[in-house]
Design a protein around this ligand. Structure first.
Ligand SMILES: [Zn+2]
Length: 409
């Protein structure tokens, strides 16, 4: 089947300045031709979508979300949730994410294989949702950020964790996640904000533990991501061979150098800290979370700016599901990155081409190019003039995934 999107102003995801009018011809799920309107013939049998000068760009990519989570600040409620309930919500989250113009996501850890099942359901066409890369359970040390017992009395038994305390255990756990369907391995290299019993600057998994897990991922050609906030843990993760640093609160010059040398991505997730600081105690967020977020925010923003200016690869990620960080509201991260010093065009590249590269789809996603998947959005407005237009769903006039129009407004 042929589809033609006529007369669009095109941002192609590569970082090239937008231009137009452009015609894009799509055959089935792939882009066939892209070019200036006067040069591209619209096939007679094509279904035609007239963009009328609107902005066409690749579907956006969120490289760090938790698809099963809710954004509810009540941490205990989330921990006690039944798995089927989380699964139902995950389906709704996937739909909301797609409808907001995000056609691909990288999940940063979910319990009980809900992420694997959701990805399968989306791929089968059972429910609408973005393309997914999933992690299954993230690996954590006992008492670390990914240990769901962290901060709770020992008699309270929360399941859905993957705790390892030696390189051998890390290796085995990585193998288990890969067996269960993980597309990448998530490692907790430091403590965190929303875990009561530790701090962002605390080391999590050791260098040796991470190295063992990363070796297993690489053995089957897969990438890894590290929740990494304090400098010690970030450096450990980079030295161990991690593909991306998530959050990156306290980056040093030495770490930035290492990240450049080893081609490591930064996924800043500015929205997570932003929402916690904005809503604070009045929003019902636990005191320890508000305190730690406030302590880290200035350093986080400075680290982001420094890494960006040094040329570290940056992919957009929100950490959706942290308090008040709702699925479908992902595009706020673009505004926060621009506010923190990123050029709007680079923010758009971070949520298209760079996201695709990090998700290992750099050769088929994130750009409007012949041969690439036809994942596209049509926007009424100019995101380079006002990056916030991407947060306004009434301005996202069309979402196309794999050549099929999944949303029109
Ligand atoms: Zn996360």
């Amino acid at each position: 089947m042929l589809t033609a999107i006529k007369n669009a102003r095109l941002f192609d995801g590569s970082g090239r300045e937008p231009y137009g009018p452009v015609h894009v011809i799509i055959e089935d799920d792939r882009i066939l031709t892209v070019g200036p309107a006067q040069e591209v013939a619209v096939p007679e049998n094509a279904q035609v979508i007239d963009a009328e000068g609107k902005w066409l760009m690749p579907g956006m990519i969120d490289a760090h979300i938790h698809i099963t989570g809710s954004g509810d600040p009540n941490v205990l409620k989330a921990k006690k949730e039944l798995v089927p309930h989380a699964a139902i919500r995950a389906g709704l989250n996937a739909k909301a994410t797609l409808e907001a113009g995000f056609t691909a996501i990288r999940d940063a850890g979910a319990g009980f294989l809900v992420d694997v099942a959701l990805k399968q359901a989306v791929n089968e066409g059972l429910i609408p949702g973005p393309r997914m890369r999933v992690a299954c359970h993230g690996l954590s040390i006992t008492g670390g950020h990914g240990d769901t017992r962290n901060g709770w009395p020992p008699e309270v038994e929360f399941k859905g964790r993957c705790v390892v305390d030696s390189p051998d255990e890390a290796r085995k756990a990585a193998r288990e996640q890969l067996r269960d369907g993980a597309d990448h391995i998530k490692l907790h290299a430091t403590g965190g904000v929303m875990s009561e019993g530790d701090v962002p600057t605390a080391r999590g998994l050791t260098l040796e533990e991470m190295r063992a897990a990363i070796e297993e991922a690489h053995n089957v050609g897969k990438k890894t991501m590290a929740h990494a906030q304090g400098a010690t843990g970030i450096k450990n993760a980079v030295l161990a061979g991690i593909s991306s640093i998530e959050h990156g609160f306290y980056l040093t010059d030495e770490i930035i150098e290492l990240m450049l040398k080893k081609d490591v991505f930064l996924v800043p997730t500015l929205a997570a800290v932003h929402h916690i600081v904005e809503h604070g105690l009045e929003g019902g967020i636990p005191e320890y979370g508000v305190r730690k977020a406030k302590e880290a925010q200035a350093a986080h923003l400075a680290s982001f700016k420094k890494a960006y200016e040094a040329g570290v690869k940056i992919a957009m990620g929100t950490d959706s599901a942290t308090p008040f960080n709702y699925h479908g509201k992902n595009a706020i991260e673009l505004e926060l990155m621009v506010k923190a010093g990123m050029k709007p065009i680079d923010a758009l590249v971070a949520c298209t081409k760079m996201g695709a590269e990090l998700l290992d789809w750099g050769d088929c996603l994130g750009q409007v190019k012949p041969g690439f998947w036809a994942d596209l959005i049509l926007v009424d407005g100019d995101p380079l003039a006002d990056i916030k237009v991407l947060q306004d769903l009434s301005r996202i006039k069309m979402v196309m995934k794999a050549g099929k129009v999944v949303v029109t407004r």
